[in-house]
Design a protein around this ligand. Structure first.
Ligand SMILES: [Zn+2]
Length: 446
């Protein structure tokens, strides 16, 4: 896919979005638009070279249209070029978050809202979520579960310049088995429940697997998400039991391959995780009870681990507030939440490939950056954490040709923070410059 996400036309976004922020965008957009005839040159005081894991100083990044044309040492200029002065900042590629839910955000009234909110209510909120995400420095996200076609429409609206937000790659509705994590009929009374099928993302056979993947294709999804084990926030008892057979997962993966899709697998328990890795998925999400055997298999198969530590912290904290979760969910949140950060330490130390992901939508949109601090706290050097959110995430997405580093020919997705994120994890929360596809959305000429 990706035609939809390329060449985003941004000037229109300012015209249709009446926030104070977008007034700035109109001005910046016009300025950048004029300079597009020539070039934009960023003067970067410190530039994080994620490919070589080093920091370069006094660099010029020459941007032509939506792509990086070249890098030069020293501060250069060119006739007609717009200069963006980031000489006192640390510049790096825009971050990629491999696990968000762009159409929702967790709150204490979640069960009731399933009955009171319409798709349009979610859609209007998602516009704000998308803008917060981009302004936090995340220029690309992988949406792992949003209903009603919302994420596909939001993706296209962003690419067409109607809405300000990150590039979105979406799984659409995730695939679950009956009663499993992601069955939309879970937790309903007998009068209100029903038996969802492949169109609603519920799969109970290899034939269902093909149909469910083909429906995601028809809906314009970019990848497939499965829930290989129970999960924390579903109205169901187990947070970790296996919920697909290897044959079902292998059928989903085979069907996905027919459409050029990768498969992401939510998994907490070790057996369901093992089945997902054996079945051929591209990534394990959360990975709470990851066993040594699973780690070995993931390294052998090149399966990525997407940790989502922040989601674990969030649900563990909320489990202590009486009434925040239902009595089915609360014990799962209390048990699983605190374990993910330790799993991350074990997986990192054993050499499992790691791609940055937060499960944002559980925690608040725009807080995605806090995951960096949790990764660093758990033993990963800050540079490696940045690599996981750039080079590795782009690789997991299958978009390394266009995304993940500031190199000639790649899309100009570039962000900056004022200080040194390698020394101070709080810097990840201070993004003051955001460029996506050569267009400035935050900061710029000073
Ligand atoms: Zn999720």
């Amino acid at each position: 896919m990706a035609e939809n996400n390329k060449g985003a036309m941004v000037k229109g976004a300012g015209l249709h979005c009446p926030s104070a922020l977008s007034i700035g965008l109109v001005l910046i957009g016009t300025f950048a638009g004029a300079a597009n005839a020539a070039q934009t040159i960023i003067h970067a005081g410190r530039l994080i070279d994620v490919t070589n894991e080093s920091v370069l100083t006094e660099q010029s990044i020459v941007i032509d249209g939506d792509r990086v044309q070249r890098l030069e040492t020293g501060y250069i200029s060119a006739p007609g070029a717009e200069i963006i002065d980031l000489r006192s900042a640390t510049v790096m590629p825009g971050w990629l978050d491999m696990h968000v839910h762009i159409g929702s955000e967790q709150g204490p009234n979640r069960q009731v809202e399933a009955f009171t909110r319409d798709p349009a209510d979610h859609a209007y909120r998602s516009v704000a979520y998308a803008e917060r995400t981009l302004m936090a420095g995340f220029t690309t996200v992988r949406d792992l579960g949003t209903r009603s076609g919302l994420a596909q429409s939001l993706r296209d609206a962003i690419a067409q310049g109607w809405v300000v937000g990150p590039r979105i790659y979406t799984a659409g509705k995730g695939l679950a088995s009956s009663g499993g994590h992601g069955d939309p009929s879970n937790g309903r009374s007998q009068a209100l429940t029903w038996d969802p099928g492949a169109d609603e993302g519920v799969v109970n056979s290899e034939a269902d697997a093909y149909k469910a993947v083909r429906i995601r294709y028809k809906e314009g999804s970019d990848l497939i998400k499965i829930t290989a084990t129970g999960g924390v926030l579903s109205q169901a008892k187990s947070g970790q039991n296996p919920q697909f057979t290897v044959a079902e997962i292998a059928a989903i993966v085979a069907a996905a391959e027919d459409y050029g899709y990768k498969v992401a697998a939510h998994a907490h328990g070790a057996e369901g995780m093992r089945r997902a890795v054996v079945g051929g998925v591209a990534s394990i999400e959360h990975g709470t009870y990851m066993s040594d055997e699973v780690m070995r298999l993931m390294k052998k198969n090149g399966t990525y681990y997407v940790p989502t530590i922040i989601a674990g912290k969030f649900v563990a904290e909320k489990a202590e507030i009486p009434g925040y979760f239902s009595e089915l969910v609360r014990p799962k949140a209390a048990a699983i939440g605190p374990l993910i950060q330790d799993t991350f330490t074990r997986a990192y130390e054993s050499g499992v490939p790691i791609a940055f992901g937060t499960d944002t939508g559980v925690s608040a949109h725009g807080d995605n950056w806090k995951e960096f601090g949790y990764m660093i706290e758990a033993g990963m050097p800050a540079m490696a954490a940045i690599v996981s959110a750039t080079v590795s995430a782009a690789d997991l997405l299958g978009e390394s040709e266009d995304l993940g580093s500031i190199e000639p020919g790649k899309l100009a997705d570039i962000i900056a923070v004022p200080g040194d994120p390698l020394a101070d994890p709080e810097e990840f929360g201070r993004v003051h410059f955001v460029m996506k596809g050569g267009q400035v959305f935050k900061g710029g000429a000073e």
